[in-house]
Write a protein that binds this ligand. Structure first.
Ligand SMILES: [Zn+2]
Length: 240
């Protein structure tokens, strides 16, 4: 369970970017984690404490990043406790071996959909492919920091989605690494904003499908399971 300083630095960098991109509303709203699966160490933004009062995520330095194992036990070298939403992060990592990083945002446009407990339609090629070839689903409501919230988010993400909404709360973006998850977090905002603007044009945003992306035969083959679509790499592979 070796600690890598570069992971602590990377997580601090993401915390700062979350502020700059408007993905957090201040204090410790939202969070991010990174799972080094080789070492079995999860790096998490910290919970505020007397030693570390967090006014924004820009207060966090690399040495403040909390470290736990995959069951949530604190690493001996960790100077801080992890974010209160750790149970949700642990549940997602356990359910999705393709996920090594999670960005949980409290950004404005996705929170409008979360407030209404509505899915965000992905109506453009970039939002549809980024979200994992489907709408950004809103999970069932779960109390902050609860195990149930984690179960609801695992259900909303399913086996391939890269984005989901936490009812009355915020959004979750998952990825192969932190940059991937952060980019998806910004695309969730873009999809939410665009859906509301399409409504302002007097139209209903139409959910994209495989048939908008691939020719009809390939879309049918993917649906029938004859072709595997990897939603992380956006590649297709014909199955024998
Ligand atoms: Zn939150």
């Amino acid at each position: 369970m070796r600690v890598r300083h570069e992971h602590q630095v990377a997580l601090t960098d993401i915390a700062w970017k979350m502020v700059d991109l408007g993905l957090t509303t201040g204090l410790d709203s939202g969070d991010a984690t990174l799972f080094d699966r080789d070492e079995g160490v999860i790096y998490a933004l910290p919970a505020p404490s007397a030693r570390l009062p967090i006014r924004t995520w820009k207060d966090v330095r690399p040495e403040d990043v909390a470290m736990v194992d995959e069951r949530g036990n604190l690493h001996p070298a960790s100077l801080a406790e992890p974010t209160v939403e750790l149970p949700m992060h642990l549940a997602i990592y356990a359910a999705r071996p393709d996920v090594n990083a999670i960005v949980h945002s409290h950004a404005e446009d996705s929170q409008v959909f979360a407030a209404a407990e509505r899915d965000i339609p992905t109506a453009t090629i970039d939002s549809y492919t980024r979200a994992g070839f489907g709408p950004i689903k809103c999970g069932e409501f779960g109390v902050v920091a609860s195990v149930e919230l984690g179960e609801h988010m695992v259900a909303a993400l399913g086996s391939t989605s890269k984005a989901a909404l936490m009812a009355r709360h915020g959004a979750v973006a998952v990825g192969a690494d932190l940059a991937d998850a952060l980019f998806t977090a910004t695309v969730i905002e873009k999809a939410a904003r665009q859906a509301m603007k399409v409504v302002s044009l007097g139209e209903t945003p139409e959910q994209l499908t495989l048939y908008h992306i691939f020719d009809e035969q390939l879309a049918r083959d993917i649906e029938a399971g004859r072709v595997h679509l990897d939603t992380q790499t956006v590649t297709v592979q014909r199955l024998a």
